[in-house]
Design a protein around this ligand. Structure first.
Ligand code: SF4
Ligand code: SF4
Length: 417
C-alpha cells in the first residue's frame, strides 16, 4: 500500500480508503458478516482510512463502522464522518449530532470530521448557524481531530470555502467525467496549493465507469500497453494526480478489493504516459456523449414519499443509453422498477412532482423533468398491461422452476434410496 501525507499534520493516509456507503447487502440490510470480513481484509492489507456518514445505508452505516473498528483496528485506522446540513437547524443540533456520532462510532474522538455535501446553500446555512464556532470548540475539546468538508457545489463556492478556514482536508468528487464539474481539476489544484489533503469520492462515478462501459470506450482500453479492467483504468487515472491524498472506493465485493489494492500498490504520482492519458481522454468522450443524466447513485434524494426509486430509474436509463444494443430494455425496466415480480414498484411514473428530492441532489439533476422523460420512454399507454403480462410470465416461469427443483430433489432421494 502507498501512503500519502496530509500536509498540515503529517498523517500518512493510505492511497486507497474504504467508503462505507455501498456495503454488501443481505436483503435490505447490510450483510454484516461479509462486510466485516471485507473491511478487515482491507485494513490487514494496509488501508487505514474509512469514511461513513449519517445517511449512508439509511442510517445504519455509522453504527456498523463503529462495530467494525472496535478493538485493535481503532488504534491504526482513521475514521471519517460528517455533519449533515439538512438535519441541522441550530448550533445545539451540531453538538447533539456529534455526540450521537461518537457514541455510534464507539470513539472519544473522530479523526476526520466533515461538513457534509457543501454547496452554496448548505454552506451559507451552516455559517449562519455558527458552524465555525462548533468546529473550533470540537477541535479544541478533542471531540474531533481534523476539520474538513465534502463538496458538491460550483468552483467559485469551493474556493470561497477553502479560503474561509484553516481546514486540514476536503473531499471532492473526481473522476474522468468530472474534470470540469463541481470542484474539478482546478479545485483539486487549489486545495493542494493551500495545503489541504484531498480525499476523492466517486472515482468510478457510482460504479458507472466500471459497470456500464460502452463498447466504443472499451475499444480504447484494448489499446493499453497493459490490459486492465475499466475500474482499474479509472482508479489509476485519479491516483495518478499528485494532489490526491486518498481515493475512496465503496467496495462490496472481494474481487473489487483485491483489484483496488493492486491498483493502489502500482499507481504512483504522474505515472500515466501521454499515450495512456490520450486513451483515457478518448474513453471519457465516449461516456460523455452517451450518458443521459449525471447520477452517481448516492441516494441522498431518497426516500421518495411516493415510492419512486430515483437512483435505479437513472441507473437503468444510463445503462441502456451506454449499451449500444438496447433490445429488451423496456421489459427490464418493467421487471426491475414496475413491481412485476411482486415487490414494491419504483417506476418514474409514480412521481407526483412534490419536489422533496430536488434540494438533496449534489449533482443538481432536474429530477422531476428527467423522471418525466423516463416515464415517456419506458412506460407509455400500455404500461399497466405490460406489467401484468410480465408478472404472469414470471409467475409461470417461477412455478416451472419450482416444479423442476422439486422433481430433481425427488430423483436424488430415490437414487440415494
Ligand atoms: S419530486 Fe417526485 S421523485 Fe422527487 S420526492 Fe417528489 S414524488 Fe418523489
Ligand atoms: S439523483 Fe442525485 S441525489 Fe439521487 S442518487 Fe442520483 S446523484 Fe444522488
Amino acid at each position: 500500500m502507498q501512503y500519502r501525507t496530509v500536509p498540515k499534520t503529517g498523517d500518512r493516509l493510505s492511497l486507497l480508503g474504504f467508503g462505507a456507503m455501498r456495503l454488501p447487502m443481505k436483503g435490505r440490510a447490510i450483510d454484516e458478516e461479509r462486510a466485516t470480513a471485507l473491511i478487515h481484509a482491507a485494513f490487514d492489507a494496509g488501508v487505514n482510512y474509512i469514511d461513513t456518514a449519517v445517511p449512508y445505508h439509511m442510517g445504519a452505516s455509522e453504527a456498523f463502522v463503529g462495530r467494525v473498528l472496535a478493538g485493535k483496528y481503532r488504534e491504526t485506522v482513521k475514521v471519517a464522518t460528517k455533519l449533515p446540513p439538512w438535519t441541522t437547524h441550530s448550533r445545539t443540533d451540531m453538538d447533539a449530532t456529534l455526540t450521537a456520532q461518537r457514541s455510534r462510532l464507539q470513539t472519544r474522538s473522530i479523526d476526520y470530521y466533515l461538513l457534509h455535501s457543501l454547496n452554496r446553500e448548505n454552506w451559507d446555512k451552516l455559517l449562519g448557524l455558527g458552524v465555525m464556532d462548533f468546529l473550533d470548540t470540537a477541535e479544541a475539546g478533542g471531540q474531533i481531530q481534523n476539520a474538513g468538508f465534502s463538496f458538491h457545489g460550483d468552483l467559485e463556492t469551493f474556493r470561497e470555502i477553502v479560503d474561509a478556514r484553516d481546514w486540514k482536508f476536503c473531499q471532492i468528487q473526481y473522476n474522468i467525467l468530472d474534470e470540469e464539474h463541481q470542484a474539478g481539476t482546478e479545485g483539486l489544484r487549489y486545495a493542494a496549493k493551500n495545503d489541504l489533503a484531498v480525499i476523492v469520492m466517486e472515482p468510478l462515478r457510482g460504479g458507472m465507469l466500471a459497470n456500464a462501459v460502452p463498447p466504443a470506450a472499451e475499444a480504447y482500453y484494448t489499446t493499453a500497453a497493459v490490459q486492465r479492467s475499466p475500474a482499474a483504468h479509472a482508479l489509476r487515472w485519479v491516483m495518478n494526480h499528485p494532489e490526491v491524498t486518498t481515493v475512496l472506493s465503496g467496495m462490496n465485493d472481494e474481487e473489487h478489493l483485491r483489484e483496488n489494492l493492486q491498483t493502489a500498490r502500482e499507481t504512483f504520482p504522474n505515472i500515466l504516459c501521454p499515450e495512456e492519458e490520450a486513451m483515457m481522454a478518448g474513453a471519457r468522450d465516449v461516456w460523455r456523449q452517451a450518458m443521459q443524466v449525471p447520477c452517481t447513485g448516492c441516494g441522498y434524494c431518497m426516500p421518495c414519499p411516493y415510492g419512486v426509486n430515483i437512483p435505479e430509474c437513472f441507473n437503468l436509463w444510463n445503462n441502456h443509453s451506454l449499451r449500444e444494443q438496447r433490445r429488451g430494455t423496456k421489459t427490464e425496466y418493467a421487471v426491475r422498477l414496475g413491481g412485476a415480480l411482486g415487490d414494491a414498484p419504483g417506476n418514474a411514473g409514480l412521481c407526483q412532482a412534490c419536489g422533496k428530492c430536488m434540494a438533496h441532489c449534489p449533482q443538481q439533476i432536474p429530477i422531476i423533468d428527467a423522471l418525466r422523460e423516463i416515464q415517456q420512454i419506458y412506460e407509455g399507454p400500455f404500461w399497466g398491461a405490460k406489467r401484468t403480462i410480465i408478472s404472469h410470465a414470471t409467475g409461470i416461469a417461477t412455478r416451472i422452476l419450482a416444479h423442476r427443483a422439486h422433481r430433481d430433489r425427488a430423483d436424488t432421494i430415490q437414487e440415494r434410496d
